[in-house]
Design a protein. Structure first.
Length: 81
């Protein structure tokens, strides 16, 4: 079976009319935004690793009855300050 150019173009138009299938309308993520997300993820990971052995964080978790509570220093770090 051979496909004519017109048939191929018609099928391409059908695909492009579907949401998310038109590469000309594809919104590309800003690399700087992605870098900021990666940095935030690494910062959060490091902060929570440190918080696991921090006495002030353990005290905050106990006093607030919250497994995720952090001391002021680690909370500021986790928020990017």
């Amino acid at each position: 079976m051979t496909t004519s150019k017109a048939d191929l173009e018609r099928e391409v138009r059908k695909l492009r009319s579907r949401p998310g299938w038109d590469p000309r309308k594809l919104v590309k993520e800003d690399p700087m935004d992605r870098l900021a997300e990666i940095n935030q993820g690494l910062r959060s990971e490091r902060t929570y690793d440190e918080a696991d052995v921090c006495e002030a964080c353990a005290s905050a978790r106990d006093s607030q009855d919250d497994e995720t509570a952090l001391c002021a220093e680690h909370l500021a770090e986790a928020m990017g300050f």
